[in-house]
Design a protein around this ligand. Structure first.
Ligand code: IMP
Length: 443
């Protein structure tokens, strides 16, 4: 049985909490795309773990796999692993040999390119982790893969080809000085050492084979998507996107298990009850039109802790956007959803959702395919009855019926519009503060 967890919006939907919760029934948790741009916070026994690369399941004694679709910065990986070990955990993390490695020059180039685009509409507001440049090299067939770290000769050969290109880019195109990120000897030394450590700790696998064997042995696999649908390189708001496929198709190409395997399982869209966005790009339901909107946005931002896990940047805030969710549900073929942060909207004096868009004088329920047209969309807002603050821990214990009526109406509206059931409702940051309706592993 497989369960795929996908962000339905712009990332930061609280996927980690659900992965952690349902991951209890998984034997293996696999990330299939992205790298250390993905901040996820897991709270376990009141202890908070902020991870950017290690799959959240690893906090719960699961095997955590970084699939071939991921890009891996070994510096971040080992720093997170060392940190978890210092805190008494023994994370079991495996890396696909086919996954690509984020090299120091990728990170440098990510920042240089963002700087060069600053003050133009082209700024993406990346996390600066080198994600885009690493996927560029993957597509350009000049990347370094995890398997290459195990063979110093191959590693050297690849670096001798690629590093002069990076140096020329930094110096001749951008007119800057190349630094240690272009020192081939130092790179060979540092990354061979990472390779040695990966072998010694038996962390490297042929991902597809590894997962197939475990599945044949009857184990449950959870695919943990990072980021969200609207920053998917194919289905998101290009160019304000990340460079991978957070949508469910990525779970197949990014792990080496076929689409039929992913499709036979459950695909759960994680929805935040409102919208947040880090970085640039349109956001039709953004709360920014007047002082009142800004006050509301500030309130939600503070209450929901809407500051980037990786970068600390304040997130932009908006109402829930249904055309966006309809798009996400179709792209990934959701079989169910989990709605998070419902408690954050409690006690407001208004609650709205963007039910549709108005574009060229016409109402439409779905998103246009280009970002420029999407930016022209005006939201058609639908107002909901508000719900009060309640004792959320009590609600979590008593279950769905204990949610305020207006909050139930809100959830039922989303479920009806997307034509999928709600499996869980997040009403606070702790794993216990969740209302369970269905466990996808029991389906
Ligand atoms: P990159 O992934 O660092 O290249 O950033 C590309 C875009 O994706 C930027 O707008 C980032 O803010 C956004 N992004 C990347 N990772 C995350 C995430 O985990 N949550 C939310 N936004 C993200």
């Amino acid at each position: 049985m497989t369960v795929t967890i996908v962000g339905s919006q712009l990332g930061d939907e609280g996927k980690g909490a659900l992965v952690d919760l349902w991951g209890g029934d998984a034997d293996i948790v696999v990330r299939y795309q992205g790298g250390d741009n993905a901040g996820h916070t897991v709270v376990e026994d009141g202890e908070e773990y902020k991870l950017s690369l290690v799959p959240s399941g690893a906090v719960r004694d699961k095997v955590g796999v970084l699939g071939n679709g991921c890009v891996i910065n070994p510096r971040t990986l080992f720093s997170e692993l060392d940190d978890l070990r210092e805190r008494g955990l023994e994370p079991d993390v495996r890396l696909a040999k086919r996954a690509h490695v984020i090299m120091p020059y990728h990170r440098r180039l990510d920042n240089i390119e963002e700087e060069a685009k600053a003050d133009s509409d082209l700024t993406v507001g990346t996390t600066g982790r080198g994600i885009g440049p690493t996927y560029e090299d993957k597509a350009g067939r000049r990347g370094i893969r995890v398997g290459d770290l195990l063979d110093p000769e191959v590693l050297r050969q690849r670096l001798e080809y690629v590093v002069p290109q990076k140096r020329a880019l930094i110096e001749d195109v951008y007119g800057l000085e190349a630094g240690e990120e272009c020192d081939i000897e130092a790179l060979v030394e540092e990354f061979t050492e990472f390779g040695r450590r990966l072998s010694e700790e038996d962390m490297v696998v042929n991902c597809g084979d590894f997962l197939a064997e475990r599945r044949d042995a009857g184990e449950n696999v959870m695919f943990e998507g990072a980021q969200g649908t609207l920053i998917d390189i194919d289905h998101g708001s290009y160019p304000y996107v990340t460079s991978s496929n957070p949508t469910a198709g990525g779970a197949s190409t990014g792990t080496g298990l076929g689409p039929t395997v992913v499709g036979q399982g459950e695909v759960v869209g994680i929805v935040k009850a409102y919208l947040s966005r880090v970085g640039e790009g349109p956001m039709p339901t953004e709360l920014k039109d007047d002082d009142r909107d800004e006050e509301l946005a500030d309130f939600i931002r503070e209450k929901g802790g809407e500051f980037g896990t990786v970068t600390g940047r304040p997130r932009r805030i908006g109402w829930l956007d249904l055309p966006m969710l309809r798009h996400a549900a179709r792209v990934s073929g959701f079989t169910g959803i989990a709605v998070n942060h419902l408690d954050v909207l409690a006690g407001l004096d208004e609650v709205k959702v963007g039910h549709a868009y108005e574009l060229d004088g016409e109402e439409r329920l779905t998103m246009p395919a280009t970002t420029e047209r999407w930016a022209e969309c005006e939201p058609v807002l639908k107002e909901f009855e508000t719900w009060p603050e309640v004792d959320w821990s009590e609600v979590a214990e008593e279950g769905y019926e204990a949610l305020p009526d207006a909050a139930q109406d809100y959830l039922e509206y989303i479920s009806d519009e997307l034509d999928v059931p709600v499996y869980a409702v997040g009403i606070g940051p702790d794993r216990e503060q969740t209302v369970h309706l269905e466990n996808p592993f029991d389906k």
